[in-house]
Design a protein. Structure first.
Lengths: 112, 112
């Protein structure tokens, strides 16, 4: 079993829909959680960074962490065709180590 | 700022040859990360530096891989000798406080 699991998709939604992207993990020591967006043939772009449990909102994006369930989510409101990309989650124990473990990514397609 | 700059963008070489990948991080960032991305394994951390000092190289697959950071504005990842299974996209990322915040656009490496 991988430390971080992510459904590869593709996930297809109509423009304007609310998108929910998820990751599960097995290491209860993870404390730092990040979401990246990666366009084809480009490097990942950091979208959200959260520490421990709770919610964080930034514009159309909301990141949610549920440590009791070992489950994190990224919600995208009012999705746009330009949101079509692969979304990667990443997480780390912190405490002096910055070895972030990445999920393999979920492909999202927002249809105009 | 120009962002993280990687060179070359593409490299095709024959098995057994030496390969050198280069990275210029964003000025002022104190952490530099090297990752490898494949379809099967996703993004994997190879090594990271803090203030030019290697901190964790546990992800370097074999002695054939080596990385250096002679100063704050330059890092190299070298593979010698290269093998077909090294074919992947190699990313460099830099950031503050231990987070891989900004990625370059990667070097697409093909070993024939």
């Amino acid at each position: 079993q991988k430390e971080v699991e992510q459904d590869p998709g593709p996930l297809s939604v109509p423009e304007g829909a609310i998108v929910s992207l998820n990751c599960t993990y097995s290491n209860s020591a993870f404390q730092y959680f990040m979401w990246y967006r990666q366009y084809s043939r480009k490097g990942p772009e950091l979208l959200m960074y959260t520490y421990s449990s709770g919610n964080k909102e930034d514009g159309r994006f909301t990141a949610q962490v549920d440590k009791s369930s070992k489950y994190i989510s990224l919600f995208i409101r009012d999705s746009q065709p330009s949101d079509s990309a692969t979304y990667l989650c990443a997480m780390s124990e912190g405490s002096g180590t910055y070895k972030y473990i990445f999920g393999t990514g979920t492909r999202l397609k927002v249809l105009a | 700022d120009a962002g993280v700059i990687q060179s070359p963008r593409h490299e095709v070489t024959e098995m057994g040859q030496e390969v050198t990948l280069r990275c210029k991080p964003i000025s002022g960032h104190d952490y530099l990360f090297w990752y490898r991305q494949t379809m099967m394994r996703g993004l994997e951390l190879l090594i990271y530096f803090n203030n030019n000092v290697p901190i964790d190289d546990s992800g370097m697959p074999e002695d054939r891989f080596s990385a250096k950071m002679p100063n704050a504005s330059f890092s190299t990842l070298k593979i010698q000798p290269s093998e077909p299974r090294d074919s992947a996209v190699y990313f460099c990322a830099s950031g503050l406080g231990g987070r891989p915040q900004h990625f370059g656009d990667g070097t697409r490496l093909s070993i024939l």
